[in-house]
Design a protein around this ligand. Structure first.
Ligand SMILES: Cc1cc2nc3c(=O)[nH]c(=O)nc-3n(C[C@H](O)[C@H](O)[C@H](O)COP(=O)(O)OP(=O)(O)OC[C@H]3O[C@@H](n4cnc5c(N)ncnc54)[C@H](O)[C@@H]3O)c2cc1C
Length: 467
């Protein structure tokens, strides 16, 4: 038996070619090029992680405290856009006006171990927070695939992990501090202003700049991860049961192979750790290579993949939650993700697989996750337990079909797009999907009557002229 890292190497034994050794295409470097120490430095161009979104702002702000942030916002040129780690694919950030980075407003302010709450500045990266919590014997309830995002960016777009009983990150918010474009500071708490918090929890950076969050956390915990490959149809049949019986369950459909990778994480009593290196990047490189050789002959591609995948043996790992739930993603891509009502998740996924497998160039795994519903007005999980389906294309290859061909499938299943990932829905379509959309728009107009926070993308979403 081989592990996933080795499965394509066996292709050599089948006489399909030489040079099959996997090589992870590591790409280093940060997407966001922020200025250095000065609070208002000469403008530099900006681009997102995948390189798809770019802009030349007239200035970058990097305030050192809330007072400086408030006064700078009140007098800076619009569109005023907050930027976190630049890990969104949709054009939420680009502006020819002012970019606001909270890199200097980061770190944990206070930890209340008894109440299991943490006050944390919005520029803090998820991984930085996870490590600080771990040192206090605490942990986030759940984490997304990566942990380099800022809290501000992750919460603004409804970032989530997987787990049938676990909501997205913003659902754990107990309060936040919002600086409006006029420089007013709103201190919003769940106890006092539940409605306002529900409005500001997922805001797309369209209400102001959040400077600080109060977040519910829990005692730190260990997880046992299991990863195995299984014929896709058999795994889809078992998916609801696997989701019900594991704290975290997700699957990745490996297109043109007939197989999928299942990943479960179950909470276990603390003990010694055992954490082998992930094989994800190797599998991805091998799927790409298989596409490059056999893409024009889908049947041969499927036959070959099935022979090789069948040789893979299950993997397991044991570690603290934050070390297992988020990993690194060196291979750059563009992505679209929709959240559909849970009961439609598997039928939607089957249609997405069939649609993608009409395109021989596709090789990226399709990610399928479970997320519990919540109350936030613009949460894609608003009052709806959901399944999330994410589709990717290499950053240097065409990705237009993600919108053109998959969009109609997601719409047929009442899918709500991930705000930080590619979608082409306009105001009318979004209004129909979000029962509190009009309420959010009213609040947005009240806090930003001149539309100084709206770039072109947000003007399309909220149907207003941008500043
Ligand atoms: C490799 C990769 C893996 C990913 N995995 C997942 C995943 O597992 N689950 C998931 O749900 N998503 C995932 N994402 C998407 C990502 O979590 C979101 O796009 C997130 O918003 C990125 O955070 P950021 O700090 O980079 O924010 P940015 O992309 O820089 O900004 C996102 C939005 O937040 C706003 N914003 C930023 N800071 C503030 C602030 N202080 N106040 C108000 N608004 C603010 C910005 O204006 C913008 O509208 C992934 C993305 C990548 C590239």
């Amino acid at each position: 038996m081989k592990d996933r890292r080795d499965w394509l190497k066996s292709a050599a034994a089948l006489g399909l070619g030489a040079g099959l050794t996997s090589r992870a295409a590591a790409q280093a470097g940060s997407a966001t090029t922020a200025p250095t120490a000065a609070s208002a430095a000469p403008a530099r161009p900006w681009q997102n992680w995948s390189g798809l979104q770019r802009c030349q702002p007239s200035q970058w702000l990097q305030p050192a405290d809330e007072a400086e942030l408030a006064s700078q916002l009140a007098r800076s040129q619009g569109p005023l856009r907050s930027v976190g780690a630049g890990h969104s694919f949709s054009p939420l950030v680009p502006t020819e006006g002012t970019l606001v980075s909270l890199d200097r407003l980061s770190g944990v302010v206070a930890v209340d171990v008894k109440r299991q709450q943490v006050r944390v500045r919005a520029g803090t990266r998820l991984g930085q927070l996870a490590r600080a919590l771990d040192a206090q014997g605490l942990a986030l309830h759940n984490q997304p695939d990566i942990d380099v995002q800022t809290l501000g960016g992750a919460l603004a777009t409804g970032t989530h992990g997987t787990g049938q009983a676990l909501p997205a990150l913003h659902a754990e918010l107990q309060g936040l501090r919002l600086i409006t474009p006029r420089g007013e500071l709103l201190d919003i708490s769940r106890e006092r202003d539940a409605e306002l918090l529900a409005a500001a929890q997922v805001s797309l950076g369209a209400l102001g700049v959040v400077s600080e969050f109060t977040l519910g956390v829990r005692p730190r915990f260990m997880l046992r991860r299991k990863v195995w490959l299984e014929p896709t149809e058999a795994l889809l049949e078992r998916a609801p049961e696997l989701a019900r019986t594991h704290r975290h369950f997700e699957l990745y459909v490996l297109p043109f192979t007939g197989y999928s990778a299942a990943i479960t994480h179950a909470e276990v009593a603390p003990g010694s750790t055992e954490h082998p290196a992930s094989a994800d990047e190797d599998v991805l490189a091998d799927l790409r290579r298989l596409r490059d050789w056999l893409g024009r002959w889908p049947e041969l591609r499927r036959w070959t993949a099935a022979k090789l995948v069948g040789l893979a043996k299950p993997e397991s790992a044991l570690d603290w939650s934050w070390r297992l739930l988020s990993t690194v993603r060196p291979t750059r891509f563009n992505e679209s993700e929709y959240h559909v009502p849970r009961e439609q998740g598997l039928s939607c996924l089957r249609e997405i697989i069939a649609t993608l497998e009409r395109r021989n160039e596709v090789f990226f795994p399709i990610e399928f996750r479970y997320v519990k519903g919540d109350e936030a007005w613009l949460s894609p999980f608003h009052r709806r337990d959901s399944c999330s389906i994410a589709c990717h294309a290499a950053h240097d290859e065409a990705h237009d079909y993600l919108l053109r061909e998959l969009g109609p499938v997601f719409r047929r299943h009442a899918g709500r797009p991930h705000w930080g990932k590619l979608h082409d829905l306009d105001r009318a379509a979004l209004q129909a999907l979000y029962p509190r959309f009009a309420d959010f728009e009213q609040l947005r107009q009240r806090l930003d009557p001149q539309g100084r926070l709206l770039n072109k993308h947000l003007a399309r979403i909220f149907g207003a002229a941008h500043a």
